[in-house]
Structure formats: C-alpha cells, structure tokens
Design a protein around this ligand. Structure first.
Ligand code: ATP
Ligand code: MG
Length: 392
C-alpha cells in the first residue's frame, strides 16, 4: 500500500547555504543505499522535504532497512500517495488507510493537513475539521486529542496527495560527505569498526588502513578486516581500505627495541604510516578505537607516546566508553559477530608478558633511535607495497 517515503532530517545547523549541501549529500547517500535494493526509486527534493518514490514493485522491508542506515535521516515515514479526485474520495481513502494501518481502533488521533498546493479548494484548518468528523463517524471508538495524539495523521496536498502517520526512526547524525574525510586504523577487533561508525555518523567519509603481518597473521585475518569494512560501508558508503604489509617493520622493532616497549613503538609506526597515507589522500584526521586504560598501550601515558608522532588530529570516539558499551554498539551495527572470530592480530603476535603501562616518551624516543636509517627504508617499502581494496 505504501509507494513512497517522506524522509525527515534534523534541520538544526543546516540553515541557509549549508542546507543545500546537507540535502544534496543526503540524497547522494540515499541513492547509494538503495542501489542494491530491489525496485526502481526516484528520490526528489520538494519544498524542504525529501521523498523517495518507488516506481512499481519494490522490496519494502529492504528499502526501509537500507534507509535506516543513512546518517542524516531522523525518521522514515511510509506514505500512501493518491491522485486528487475530490475531497470525498480522499475521505474514503483516509478511512481505509486507518483501517489498514490500525486494526485496533481504541486510539486518539489528530488530523494535520498541509496545503502545499494553494489552489486546493479547502484550507488546512477546514480539512482538519472535516476529515476529523469523517473519521469519528467511521470509527466511533476513536477520539481526538490535539496535544498528544496516538496517531498524527498527516495529509499533504501537493500535485498528488500524501497520507502518512508512521515514523520509523533513522540513525540521526549528518550525511556522510558533509564533514570531510578521515583515515580509520581498522584492526580485526571489536573497537575500531565502532569508532569508524561513530565518526562517519557525524558526516565524515571514511578510508581505512589495516596493518597485516604475514605469515604471522593469516589471509583469513585479513579477510576478516575486509568483511568488517564491508559492514561499516553499509553505513558510510565505499571505503578505500589500504592493506600495509607490516611484517618487516615489526620484526625489525622486535630485534632492536626492548620487548616491553614493542607494542608502543609498533603503534607509533602504525600512526606514522597511517598519517602518511592520510595526508596523501586528503584525510583531515586519523581515527582509532582506543579507550583509556583498556590495555597497556591505551593508558594516558601510552597515548602521549602514540599521539606525539602525528600532526593530524587523532579522533578516538570510544575514549570514555567501557568495553560493554562498545560491544552494545557493535551488536547494533552488526560488526560484533565478525569481530569475535578468532584470528590472530598483528599486535598480539609479539606481545611482551609485561608491556610498559607508563612509557616515558624520552626513553621511547631513545630506543627508537636503535632503529637507524633502515627503518626509513622499511617504511618506504611498506608504503610502496600498499594494497588498495575498494570495499562497498
Ligand atoms: P580493536 O578492538 O579495535 O582491535 P584493541 O582493543 O585490540 O582494539 P589495540 O590492539 O591496542 O586495541 O589497538 C588500538 C587501536 O589501534 C585499534 O582500535 C585500531 O584503531 C588500531 N590498530 C591496532 N592494530 C591495528 C592493525 N593491525 N591495523 C590497523 N589498526 C590497528
Ligand atoms: Mg586490536
């Protein structure tokens, strides 16, 4: 019965010129989201609203599911669209609409008409009153409540007439593409996919980098990261995933530096390499899944050490989250099951029994000097052999 959706979006902060950028980005992301959905869809902007019209048969549940992942959408209203065949005919349609959508009639309602086409013979207030009367006649159990109705029955008079009353919640946030781009350090864990999701929700396009250490990390560990990127891309749009071979760098650090500092020094090289790719690809920041105190390399002291090697801001949206809170988001967005697959992680291969929890930056810098020029070469090679996977 529904052939259209009215898309609601938060208007705060999108006044004036920015509004067009916001709306255009939203339409673009909606088109992308519906690309793989069965059906033909026309997305159009009209008088400060965005509509999705389905032409012919379409996958209703699939369309709703996909739209409910598009950041910037606060609500999705399924709409019945009818031709204007006079007010009486409209009343019949509305009475039938109520019966179809609300089999249980013991509810309060309010008619909220909007006459977007000014030559319609009745004004909004008149439509509200007359239509309200017709509904009460048809369903005597229903009552009017103009303040907090159970059913807000919206009727918009345009070229055609739009009837809707249900709102399916959207994810909120800002459309991806309105906030620049950032580079996500994506591992196969629970945290980093959630971190990427959260920053993308603020309108930021995401690229990603994964540090792979074959043969210590397997092809399946890499595939898991690609799978995670694919799940995140359902929300963010295509992700350019850079796979960096980190093995030689890792082995060389292992050879030259104290083992309890290995993780920190490795993380510093990950940040340096990620920043290098970020700058080359016009990213405005880095994103990690770090949270204070979660592991030795994420204490405040450790974060000083990993932070100081880059100039770009490092966004850590999970910084104040407990593990359980992160798990809840990861379940909600659908990455959890993939994240817990047991494949080795390059950070855990060479971990020391007692990693430093309060690294001293000066000491770390001094030990990094053991790495001399050879490390530069290894970094250069790693960058040159960057494998780009476009995930969508
Ligand atoms: P996650 O669950 O995201 O893997 P974690 O709790 O295992 O996080 P760490 O291993 O200390 O934490 O990593 C902290 C952050 O560093 C990760 O959230 C991720 O952003 C980044 N990171 C760690 N390992 C890699 C890797 N192999 N490739 C890319 N980024 C990584
Ligand atoms: Mg990890």
């Amino acid at each position: 019965m529904f052939t259209s959706f009215l898309i609601k979006y938060a208007e705060i902060g999108v006044k004036g010129k920015n509004r067009y950028l916001f709306e255009d980005a939203l339409v673009h992301q909606m088109k992308f989201a519906l690309k793989k959905c069965e059906g033909k869809f026309l997305i159009h902007k009209s008088q400060g609203r965005i509509f999705v019209d389905a032409e012919g048969e379409f996958d209703y549940d699939g369309a709703v599911e996909r739209l409910s992942r598009v950041f910037g959408i606060s609500g999705i209203c399924p709409v019945v669209v009818v031709e204007d065949e006079g007010f009486e005919r409209l009343c019949e349609t509305v009475v039938k609409y109520i019966d179809d959508v609300y089999p249980e009639k013991n509810k309060t309602f309010k008619v909220n008409a909007r006459r977007a086409r000014k030559n319609y013979p009745k004004e909004s207030m008149e439509i509200n009153a007359d239509m309200g009367g017709v509904i009460l006649d048809a369903y005597p159990e229903m009552r009017v409540d103009v303040h907090k109705p159970d059913i807000m029955l919206n009727i918009e008079i345009r070229e055609k007439i739009y009837i809707y009353s249900e709102i399916i919640p959207g994810p909120g946030g800002m459309p991806v593409g309105t906030g620049g781009k950032a580079m996500l350090l994506l591992s196969g864990g629970i945290d980093s996919p959630v971190a990427g999701y959260m920053i993308a929700k603020r309108g930021v396009k995401i690229d990603a980098v994964y540090f792979h250490a074959p043969p210590y990390t397997s092809e399946r560990a890499k595939q898991k990261v690609v799978d995670l990127a694919r799940i995140v891309s359902k929300y963010t749009g295509p992700i350019y995933l850079h796979v960096i071979n980190f093995t030689d760098i890792q082995l060389y650090i292992y050879e030259k530096c104290p083992h309890e500092e290995l993780t920190i020094i490795m993380r510093r090289y990950m940040m340096r390499i990620a920043e290098h790719i970020a700058k080359e690809t016009e990213c405005l920041g880095l994103i990690t899944g770090e949270s204070i105190g979660q592991v030795a390399s994420q204490t405040m002291n450790s974060l000083i050490a990993t932070n100081e090697v880059c100039e770009l801001p490092v966004y850590r949206p999970l910084i104040g989250f407990d593990k359980q809170e992160i798990v809840e988001v990861s379940e909600k967005i659908g990455t959890f099951e993939t994240s817990i697959q047991p494949f080795e992680d390059c950070c855990t291969i060479f971990v020391a029994k007692h990693p430093v929890t309060k690294p001293n930056v000066n000491v770390i810098r001094r030990h990094e000097r053991n790495l001399d020029e050879k490390i530069e070469e290894l970094v250069k090679t790693a960058l040159e052999t960057d494998e780009l996977i476009i995930v969508e």
